[in-house]
Design a protein around this ligand. Sequence first.
Ligand code: FES
Ligand code: FES
Length: 165
Amino acid sequence: MSLTIALTVNGVQHEVALEDPRVTLLDLLRERLDLPGTKKGCDRGQCGACTVLLDGRRVNSCLALAVSHDGAEIVTIEGLATEDELHPVQAAFIACDGFQCGFCTPGQIMSAVGLIQEGHAGDDPERIRELMSGNLCRCGAYAGITEAVLEATHTLEQSDRKQAA
Ligand code: FES
Ligand code: FES
């Protein structure tokens, strides 16, 4: 049996025939849509390496069945930068040394983008640590990650203010 679902990923529409209804969104992104930026760490919802935005909300794509999200809009790490410019969260991770090996970084960045969009980041490092606690980093780059989220929050707030002026 083959089911076809429609997804918009990073602004591009796709129709994907699923041979197996148990395929996860993570495997579909990596293996069918050729988007390997989203990482597979634990494959069981414990590490956050597979975080993407699904209809604007942060999800662990290893726990999401693709078939349940027909019509969804997804943003992955590949969808953040423009041709000329990194997303402010990506730039902040570089500026603040928010990674070492980089394996957890796509998930950390997508999680940070999600929580800033949700308006939850604020300027309290403790709160940011709590809101990012679903994303594990085996290298222990947490200090730089928290700093990067604070910096990106500030940058995005400033750019919102400029746009509103
Ligand atoms: Fe999805 Fe670890 S790979 S939470
Ligand atoms: Fe290596 Fe986070 S930078 S796991």
